[in-house]
Design a protein around this ligand. Structure first.
Ligand code: MN
Ligand code: MN
Length: 313
């Protein structure tokens, strides 16, 4: 039987290891089914900074999460060996070097068969992670929940930033273009048709506007059916949520998804062959209540709860 997170009845929740859900630490992914990995960085951001503190704060807020998902019955720790693989040793003075280091670190971990669950960090980290994932698994289907499509060509002449990730992933063949699902898009554009080019590549996009006041369960079922059994990566930008729910982020946009919609969406994706997930763009300095990190940590747990092999009790 895999090891459980430390119980809040054995050791007070405000003490103990600073790992995700107070799981054991591991330096190697060998023998694991799931590894949580921090990528504490904000040098790929274009507006507010602060996501360098996100990984730590997600772990901090995760200390309150108990091992069983009462609403869905999911019992991830009854089946999966989970541990916290610590932080990627990024170079905070160089974005390009940092992206290299992330790729190398994930390459090393992915010599073993496990699902990496990444605690960001700004969204630029997803590009090197997808490079490592695609090298191991081939091109993946992508569920991308975000206020932004992140398909700019360049920002200040830079081709790899938090706003260019999915254009690069498309160009490099890391993702299957007609199995890319971008959910929650909104806000203002540099041009009137910022997102439309990506739709031409095959990306399927849902504006937040199209989802207001609706359950996301049918959308999740639609996505699940289209993806089938293809290997899938989920990238979850916390700014997909409305700033009322998740104010602590770098580029907030009004009129976003609700927390309940986020949970419906993730829960509805159960059954997919998920090979990796990330939760990015939590910026603690803009999160005075801690609610953004609390929500992010719980959405990580929801993603853990739908991984292949997790039983329902
Ligand atoms: Mn993003
Ligand atoms: Mn975003």
């Amino acid at each position: 039987m895999p090891e459980m997170p430390i119980s809040g009845n054995d050791l007070a929740r405000f003490s103990g290891p600073q790992t995700f859900m107070r799981l054991p630490e591991a330096s190697l992914a060998e023998g694991l089914d799931v590894g949580f990995i921090g990528v504490p960085m904000d040098i790929g951001t274009s507006w507010r900074s602060g996501t360098r503190f996100g990984s730590k704060q997600l772990r901090q807020e995760s200390a309150m999460i108990r091992p069983y998902n009462i609403q869905t019955g999911a019992a991830p720790f009854d089946a999966l060996h989970c541990a916290d693989l610590g932080d990627v040793p990024i170079n905070t003075f160089s974005l390009s070097d940092t992206l290299h280091i992330i790729k190398k670190t994930f390459d090393a971990h992915l010599k073993h068969d496990f699902v990496p669950m990444t605690l960001g960090g700004d969204h630029s980290l997803t590009l090197p992670v997808l490079r490592a994932i695609a090298e191991k698994h081939g091109p993946v289907a992508l569920v991308h929940v975000d206020a932004h499509a992140d398909v700019n060509d360049e920002m200040f002449g830079e081709r790899e930033t938090h706003g260019t990730v999915f254009r690069r992933a498309y160009e490099d063949g890391l993702i299957t273009a007609d199995k890319v699902f971008q959910i929650g898009l909104r806000g203002t554009g540099y041009t009137a048709d910022d997102f439309r080019e990506a739709a031409g590549w095959g990306f399927q996009q849902w504006l937040a506007l199209d989802l207001w006041h609706k359950s996301l369960t049918p959308l999740a079922a639609n996505i699940r059916q289209q993806i089938g059994d293809q290997k899938t990566y989920i990238t979850y930008d916390i700014d997909s949520l409305d700033p009322a729910f998740a104010p602590g982020t770098g580029t907030p946009e009004i009129g976003g998804l609700t927390t309940a919609q986020a949970m419906e969406l993730i829960r509805g994706l159960r059954g997919l062959n998920i090979v990796g997930c990330d939760l990015v763009e939590v910026s603690p300095p803009y999160d005075p209540s801690g609610n953004t990190a609390l929500t992010g940590a719980n959405l990580m747990f929801e993603m853990l709860s739908i991984l292949p092999g997790v039983p329902l009790r």
